[in-house]
Design a protein around this ligand. Structure first.
Ligand code: 13P
Length: 246
């Protein structure tokens, strides 16, 4: 269960979040827990979660190690700061910052190079779903961003399926719709990397996941976890998602 805080919270608010959140998930063992705060909060988040089972991730990275690239942050820096995960190609990065499949591949490779687990996002926009293009969009994103990886590289990443029309809109994909998309992605993984890898790949669903819909989503065999935006900002609601019961 991964929380993506997007552009919310200061370091002081990060401390306050973990003060409430940690005791609520102290005994959680059914899932891995990851929080992805904005860059300025990473230090506070890493300190707060030291010795706990909570992993910290960034929301983006640049593919070089260091250099004259104003405004960017490298995988090397994230690793040194104590991160173990990084989100790659969130739809907001694709939409507002023009990230392409070539960027996805470069960023995923850079994350792996620095021992960060990439959470690579894919998903269709509303007009693509309505025009029946969902599968071709997912195929294009997989083929361009992930298929060029070696099997060893691919085995180390997590995929997040986030239909763009379900992000921050309160419109969740139905569990069936999410499961269908996950199944399609998994078939793609199987065709390229084999059945065993397809079964082992974690595919998270993201898009308006809340404490009251997480159970129905997680009841789908195809859905291995969630990438949660808005509901991860509140420690009680994200703890309720982490501690969902079937
Ligand atoms: P919401 O949960 O706010 O819809 O955001 C989903 C998301 O984009 C997580 O990365």
């Amino acid at each position: 269960m991964a929380g993506n805080w997007k552009m919310y919270k200061t370091p002081a608010e990060t401390h306050a979040f973990f003060e409430t959140f940690k005791p609520l998930v102290g005994h959680a063992s059914q899932c891995d827990i990851v929080i992805c705060p904005p860059f300025p909060d990473l230090h506070a988040a890493v300190l707060e979660t030291r010795g706990s089972a909570i992993g910290i991730g960034a929301q983006n990275l640049y593919w070089g190690k260091e250099g004259a690239v104003t405004g960017e942050v490298s995988g090397h820096m994230l690793q040194a700061a104590g991160c173990t995960y990084v989100i790659v190609a969130h739809s907001e990065r694709r939409q507002y910052f023009g990230e392409t499949e070539a960027d996805v591949l470069r960023k995923t490779l850079a994350a792996l190079e620095w021992n960060l687990t990439p959470i690579v996002c894919v998903g269709e926009r509303l007009e693509e779903r309505e025009s029946g293009a969902t599968e071709s969009v997912l195929a294009q994103q997989f083929d361009g961003g992930l298929a060029p990886l070696t099997p060893e590289q691919f085995a180390r990443l997590v995929i997040a399926y986030e239909p763009v029309w379900a992000i921050g809109t309160g419109k969740t994909a139905t569990p069936q719709m999410a499961a269908d998309a996950h199944r399609f992605i998994r078939q793609r993984v199987a065709a390229k990397f084999g059945d065993a890898q397809a079964a082992a790949t974690r595919i998270l669903y993201g898009g308006s996941v809340k404490p009251d819909n997480v159970k129905a989503l997680m009841a789908q065999d195809e859905i291995d976890g969630a990438l949660v935006g808005g509901a991860s900002l509140d420690p009680k609601s994200f703890a309720a998602i982490v501690n969902y019961t079937v």
